[in-house]
Design a protein around this ligand. Structure first.
Ligand SMILES: NC(=O)c1ccc[n+]([C@@H]2O[C@H](COP(=O)([O-])OP(=O)(O)OC[C@H]3O[C@@H](n4cnc5c(N)ncnc54)[C@H](O)[C@@H]3O)[C@@H](O)[C@H]2O)c1
Length: 482
């Protein structure tokens, strides 16, 4: 009989992992404390949108190997490996809140077997594994603590899960680390079986690729499978540090592109041409050199803040990452200034429609979305703002971000694009959903008050906008976006 594996925290990461494990043959007990989410999962529904996941979830449930509960006393006993995928959000001061993770470890320690392996899949500050080990040390069990960071990206989560580019396990206990690697390799083997025997599922893992944000990345050919993941069995602290450092580096690349974009706009250079030229250097690469509205989402903001906290706690200079954060925040003001320019000096009472609310296309995740933050900034500047998105619903995030200082004029949300743009003085492409990038701007122009648009993601071919008679602005003087 296949090993039993427990997955604590059935949000984005936990559900993706649980589904992959069950399809790969393991018996999986998911533990989730949010009662609304748990009910959906038990009823066979995924509580969030992720490309291809609904079908894989149904496949996993059909194996009879996947179950969800809130009860540690039934889920944890017998589990040889316990993955923790609970949230690790920022506190108000930017530090990482480990209460959920430590609480989960305390509960699990009561019920786990004496040879269980605990795997932290959540993103944590370096040093967390040692704290968790102390919790397990208070029991009479010899639980090994492993850090195996999760690298999936929303919008391509299942593809990243079945075809990861790296598998990392950090621990003092190499045998436990090896057990974790073996399980992750079993998921990869299942991905290979899709490629060999179930091409429909395999193709579906790739068909959403065109919607991935950072991605001028072309949809990979379905004719060949990616190379097996590189593997690292390393120390606990090293594994923990890799994840936050990776996300901080990617955020830095985006902020760097936005900094260069300002120079381009000022000097007459075209930022796309400049980034293409820089990206051809193999040491740098083209990925994430995408100037735009900046980075957001459930990971980068909290991981950058957490990394700054870690640096500060060790007395290490934080200037570099402070700058990365500042440039990101300044993109909102920059786009606001472009809007003011297009609208002849004032935003007051101007109708602005922000296209896109999710933090990137292909997801309904609006956590710390720059699109929502921009909409709020425009509303605070006196504009009458409408937000639209084909999938995401931003009202909870707007309420959270404005809780301390409520808006005088609320932002209205319209899912339907036609209704959202009716009578607008200005459109701003904030999230590059294909339905907006490829919209018929000539038709849309007919129902606007003024044909003004800011392409804050440099994705709409400017020729289309010119042909339809728009006044437009891009980021960093991007001239064609073809
Ligand atoms: N979302 C991503 O793209 C991504 C990618 C890589 C890593 N991560 C990291 O993975 C972790 C989880 O991220 P997520 O996006 O899945 O978060 P999420 O908020 O979607 O899910 C976390 C879940 O854990 C549950 N939970 C909290 N405390 C619990 C407990 N004690 N017992 C059982 N369940 C509990 C919550 O109710 C929630 O459903 C975070 O540390 C995040 O930084 C996320």
């Amino acid at each position: 009989m296949a090993d039993k594996i427990a997955v604590i925290g059935c949000g984005f990461v936990g559900v993706s992992l649980s589904v992959a494990l069950a399809i790969s043959g393991y018996e999986v007990a998911g533990v989730e404390v949010d009662t609304a989410k748990l009910k959906l999962l038990q009823d066979g529904q995924v509580p969030f949108f992720e490309h291809g996941l609904d079908d894989l979830f149904a496949k996993a449930m059909a194996t009879g190997k996947l179950s969800f509960s809130s009860d540690y006393s039934t889920a944890i006993p017998g589990a040889t490996i316990i993955f923790a995928a609970v949230g690790t959000p920022s506190r108000a001061d930017g530090s990482v809140n480990l209460d959920y993770l430590e609480g989960a470890a305390r509960e699990a320690s009561k019920y786990c077997g004496s040879e269980a392996v605990w795997v932290t899949r959540s993103t944590v500050p370096v040093g967390t594994g040692r704290k968790l080990a102390l919790i397990f040390a208070q029991t009479d069990k010899t639980v090994a603590v492993v850090s195996s960071p999760e690298f999936l990206a929303e919008g391509s989560a299942m593809r990243n899960t079945f075809f990861p580019d790296r598998i990392i396990a950090g621990s003092d206990n190499p045998e436990a680390a090896r057990k974790v690697i073996d399980v992750l390799r079993a998921i990869e083997d299942q991905g290979q079986r899709f490629a060999d025997d179930d091409l429909a599922t395999y193709a579906s893992l790739y068909s959403g690729a065109r919607t991935i944000s950072a991605g001028a990345a072309p949809t990979p050919a379905v004719a060949h499978t990616p190379a097996p993941a590189a593997e690292l069995v390393i120390g606990l602290e090293s594994a923990e540090l890799i994840k936050v450092s990776s996300n901080s580096f990617l955020a830095m690349k985006i902020s760097f592109a936005n900094m260069v974009a300002r120079v381009c706009a000022a000097s007459g250079a075209d930022v796309t041409e400049v980034m293409d030229g820089i990206g051809l250097d193999k040491r740098i690469g083209r990925d994430y050199l995408y100037p735009g509205l900046g980075w957001g989402g459930g990971c980068f903001p909290k991981d950058v803040a957490g990394f700054i906290g870690t640096l500060a706690s060790w007395g290490i200079e934080t200037e570099l990452m402070d700058g990365v954060k500042q440039i990101n925040a300044a993109q909102i003001d920059y786009v606001k200034s472009l809007a003011t320019e297009l609208l002849m000096g004032t935003l007051t009472d101007k109708k602005i429609t922000v296209l896109g609310a999710s933090f990137k296309p292909g997801t309904d995740d609006v956590r710390e979305s720059q699109s929502v933050i921009l909409a709020i900034a425009l509303a605070r500047a006196g504009a009458i703002v409408t937000l639209t998105d084909p999938l995401a619903e931003p009202s909870t995030e707007i309420a959270r971000l404005t809780a301390e200082s409520p808006l005088t004029t609320p932002i209205s949300f319209q899912k339907d694009l036609g209704t959202a743009v009716q009578g607008a003085d200005l459109l701003i492409l904030a999230t590059e959903w294909p339905e907006y990038v490829n919209a018929n701007f000539a038709e849309i122009g007919a129902i606007l008050s003024q044909k003004n648009i800011i392409d804050a993601r440099n994705k709409i071919p400017t020729g289309k906008l010119e042909a339809a008679g728009y006044k437009y602005k891009t980021i960093g003087g991007a001239k064609s976006n073809e």
